[in-house]
Design a protein around this ligand. Structure first.
Ligand SMILES: O=C[C@H](O)[C@H](O)[C@H](O)COP(=O)(O)O
Length: 267
């Protein structure tokens, strides 16, 4: 029987620099950040449990891992990886790229996790949850020995959080408590504006998270002390988790439009 020419051993892992640009500068920058983060941080011999986040940037993390899986040199390692998802979309990314799906219940300690962010400041404090996935993302990222952010240049804030991401801090709330939380945010925490996130044209009524909760977007303007705000928010009854990820990320890979990557380690 003759061998096909398209067998996996013909696969050559592409260098991100050699790939054609995508439809927009931002999309190309996302791919660059994600590929570079995977290339520089995966330890094929020692990593086994890998966290895969949510959103449009982490798509390229899963894609890159899928490419390693096709390369005979890396396949024996990557096929043993157990990937821990942060939500429904993340499960699909893992499966679509041929990776092995695991659960955080079976694998409560994660070697390394990758995720996107809506805003990243110079201390690597983050706003996340723009895609309504924050609770499971935080469960995975805080269970990881190393947590890596991948993002494009629009997410990097050299001043403070709340400057680039102006839609407000995403808060996952128990549905029956959303009116109470809204009122507490305004009256107790001087929040400027709170919006119950809506499904828009794709769904009549509010967004419902993977945990069957609602999302409130709470605008505090520029956030001087994200840690203290996070602690205050957690004291309000009804808030399950906040989109402020504090002292969690170890390093951020920020793709620039000129083809460079800003690598920001935790200080
Ligand atoms: O809820 C969504 C997540 O926190 C995402 O990781 C975040 O919104 C960044 O998404 P993207 O990579 O699409 O900008």
């Amino acid at each position: 029987m003759s061998e096909t020419t398209n067998k996996p051993s013909d696969f050559a892992l592409p260098d991100v620099k050699d790939l054609k640009p995508l439809d927009s500068e931002a999309e190309t920058a996302k791919r660059l950040a994600a590929y570079r983060a995977v290339d520089k941080n995966i330890d094929f011999e020692n990593h086994r449990i890998i966290g895969i986040g949510s959103g449009s940037t982490v798509v390229y993390v899963a894609e890159r891992l899928g490419q390693y899986l096709l390369d005979p040199k890396y396949k024996p390692f990557v096929e043993k990886f157990i990937c821990i998802p942060t939500g429904f979309q993340s499960i699909q990314l893992i499966l679509d790229n041929g990776l092995q799906l695991g659960s955080i219940e079976r694998n409560p300690v994660i070697d390394i996790a990758f995720d996107g962010a809506d805003e990243v400041d110079t201390n690597l404090q983050l706003i996340k949850g723009g895609g309504a996935c924050l609770f499971q993302e935080k469960l995975v990222s805080t269970s990881s020995k190393k947590f890596i952010i991948v993002a494009d240049y629009r997410k990097w804030s050299p001043t403070s959080l709340g400057v680039k991401w102006t839609r407000g801090v995403p808060l996952e709330v128990v549905p029956s408590a959303y009116v109470r939380v809204k009122s507490d945010l305004i009256n107790k925490l001087n929040c400027k504006k709170v919006v119950l996130r809506q499904g828009g044209s794709a769904k009549a009524g509010p967004v419902v998270t993977d945990n069957n909760n609602f999302i409130l977007d709470a605008d505090f303007g520029p956030i001087k002390d994200p840690k203290s705000l996070h602690v205050q928010l957690k004291l309000l009854l009804g808030i399950v988790e906040t989109g402020l990820f504090i002292d969690n990320a170890d390093i951020a890979y920020i793709g620039n439009s000129d083809g460079t990557v800003l690598i920001a380690p935790k200080s």
